[in-house]
Design a protein around this ligand. Structure first.
Ligand code: ACM
Length: 608
């Protein structure tokens, strides 16, 4: 009797554990604690949101924004007590960690509590819990207690290489919010374009924001380069940048502007060549790579940069300003009598120390204005300045060193976080990318807390960030294709404790639902390879293959005869048993067709 009871319990708890992560509670990033209850709550046009106080009211407005986008109507909002309502409670913050929330759904209603950022995230989880069946919206009974593992969960977008309109930035911010990503690092300046209106220096937007031509193909495809002959560029007015800051803040996202120095500045020097090292005249280049043209370390340069940063600080209220600092070839300083004099006068050892001195002056200026400096890990060379935060991109080494020195760090190594790299090993099967190969599981399995750091040093790792460089990303569709699904994996890297992460459950249970909804909301993404399991059926001497697509409700068409798979071939119906092959190798080829009829690349797997 006891034994039978135990077996039933195991079966039940197994199925409950499965149910927690399948379609009816597939929240990304995975919450810290999710218990399923019994029953569900139905949302109708008559359901009210109860929001006490101004902060809760704001979150209620955001709930309606996302709700309207998904379902085409809004809910009433009231300040009083109502039954059968969605209650947003921002008044109990002291009990919960920053950005943490509790979400409780019963047959009678929905309650979300936390500080405003936490309630906003509770709302995002709620939106992911809603099921549509017929014209009914229902939310399964759950009890969630959730909080982020890391404080900084960021995404960088390079708008210097290619410009993206305000509407596209807002679209990305909406998806970031739903993924509980909370830092938008806006890379606003680079050799190939300056993107922010600065009132004191109008030539930055009349000259530096535009290039006459851009190379076609990959950097190594044509030598000499072939140019498209099309003028391109653009910039954000200060009003537009403020609009983005406000839009992001409403979604619990801080915008971190990046103004590159002393390198990546050819576009600026084209307009203001006197800030260079006498190697001009310059033109805004239409080819990629690291450029030699850098600022001179003179007083007019510091005056320019301080003026620019003064306007930048007036637009971006956040604590952090990113000043770049990466990839600064020192040839021009080596060859400049003036730069050598600055080295001499300031008792510096070499050009690396000159860069550190340069960054140090800017840091003092930012600190005086109540801001903190972030730089790429090259700012370690020649000595890290007093309060700098290091963004570690050339692997983790820079981040480890900085954390050991007591500096704050954001981990963003190329090996795991560069979403400009291709999403297939054979880059030729993918749209043009900068190179490299960064598959979804490598993003997902990244742990930003290096084991070589002590627990105290690990506290300096503020978080993690993926970087979207756009040399080879010129359209909105391509931007979204490169970002998703990898930014969805990033969300769990930042939010979910490593012990609770599991690629198998992420990719098979949570990701498919998220992608299906992303598609519904009109966001492009790369349709990932399916999960393929191959086993030998020794009794019959044949193989069994199962194919699980990672977009919910997709269809799969396949061949095993070596020919192309398309919608004229076999429709997968749950499993494949291979024919007798007499030892001859076969290849499975398949395509995935999503609910919105998007078709994946053709994928192949050798059936050894
Ligand atoms: C970088 O990728 N140059 C920071």
């Amino acid at each position: 009797m006891k034994r039978i009871y135990l077996v039933i319990c195991l079966v039940l708890s197994g199925s409950i554990a499965f149910a927690q992560q399948t379609n009816d509670a597939a929240i990304v990033p995975k919450p810290a604690l999710l218990e399923k209850g019994i029953g569900s709550f139905t949302i109708s046009k008559h359901t009210n949101i109860v929001a006490k106080g101004a902060e809760a009211m704001k979150v209620a407005g955001m709930l309606n924004y996302f709700f309207q986008k998904k379902y085409g109507f809004t809910l009433g909002i009231n300040n009083g007590v109502a039954t059968g309502a969605i209650t947003l409670n921002t008044l109990s913050a002291e009990k919960l960690p920053h950005e943490g929330y509790e979400l409780n759904v019963t047959n009678n209603g929905i309650k979300i509590s936390g500080e405003p950022g936490g309630v906003f995230y509770g709302v995002q989880s709620l939106l992911q819990l809603i099921h549509v069946s017929g014209n009914q919206l229902s939310v399964p009974a759950v009890n969630i207690k959730d909080q982020p593992n890391l404080a900084y969960r960021g995404l960088m977008l390079d708008v210097g290489r290619h410009f993206f309109e305000v509407g596209e930035i807002k679209k990305i911010l909406d998806v970031m919010a739903s993924l509980k990503l909370n830092r938008f690092h806006w890379h606003l300046t680079d050799d190939q374009g300056w993107r922010l209106e600065i009132k004191k220096y109008p030539k930055l937007t009349t000259i530096s924001a535009w290039r006459d031509s851009t190379i076609i193909g990959g950097y190594g495809d044509f030598k000499p380069f072939i140019y498209d002959g099309k003028r391109s560029g653009g910039f954000y007015t200060q009003d537009q940048a403020r609009e983005i800051v406000k839009y992001a803040a409403e979604r619990n996202i801080e915008v971190i502007p990046e103004i590159e120095m002393p390198g990546h500045s050819t576009a600026v020097l084209t307009a203001y060549p006197e800030l260079g090292n006498g190697t001009g005249p310059y033109t805004v280049p239409g080819y990629w790579g690291v450029h030699n043209t850098i600022y001179n370390p003179g007083e007019p340069t510091f005056k320019f940069l301080e003026d620019v940063l003064t306007e930048v600080m007036a637009i971006f209220p956040g604590k952090y300003i990113h000043i770049g600092g990466d990839e600064v070839p020192k040839d021009e300083w080596k060859n400049s009598a003036f730069a050598q004099q600055v080295i001499h006068d300031n008792h510096l050892k070499d050009e690396n120390e000159l860069q550190s001195w340069f960054i140090g002056r800017i840091e003092k200026f930012l600190n005086k204005n109540g801001r903190n400096l972030i730089g790429w890990d090259e700012i370690l060379e020649g000595g890290l300045t007093a309060n700098a935060t290091v963004m570690s991109w050339r692997g983790e080494e820079g981040g480890i060193q900085a954390a050991q020195q007591g500096h704050n760090v954001i981990m963003s190594p190329g090996s795991n976080m560069y979403v400009d790299h291709a999403q297939a090993k054979d880059g030729k099967t993918e749209p043009l990318a900068i190179g490299g190969f960064l598959p979804l599981d490598v993003v997902y399995n990244y742990n930003p807390l290096p084991a070589v750091l002590t627990p105290d040093q690990q506290k300096h790792i503020s978080g993690v960030q993926a970087n979207m460089w756009t040399e080879y990303v010129a359209t909105n569709n391509k931007l979204e294709y490169m970002l998703f699904p990898r930014a969805i994996a990033l969300a769990e890297v930042g939010w979910t404790k490593p012990a609770d992460k599991d690629y198998e459950s992420f990719s098979k249970n949570r990701l498919p639902v998220f992608l299906k909804n992303l598609e519904k909301s009109g966001v492009n993404y790369r349709i990932p390879e399916a999960d393929i399991k191959i086993s030998d059926d020794t009794q019959i001497g044949r193989k069994k293959i199962t194919i699980t697509p990672l977009v919910a409700d997709s269809k799969v068409y396949y061949t095993i005869d070596g020919h192309k798979a398309d919608n004229t071939t076999n429709l997968y119906d749950g499993s494949i048993t291979t024919p007798f092959t007499n030892g001859r190798p076969l290849t499975l080829k398949y395509i995935i067709v999503t609910p919105a009829n998007r078709v994946s690349n053709e994928f192949s797997v050798d059936l050894k």
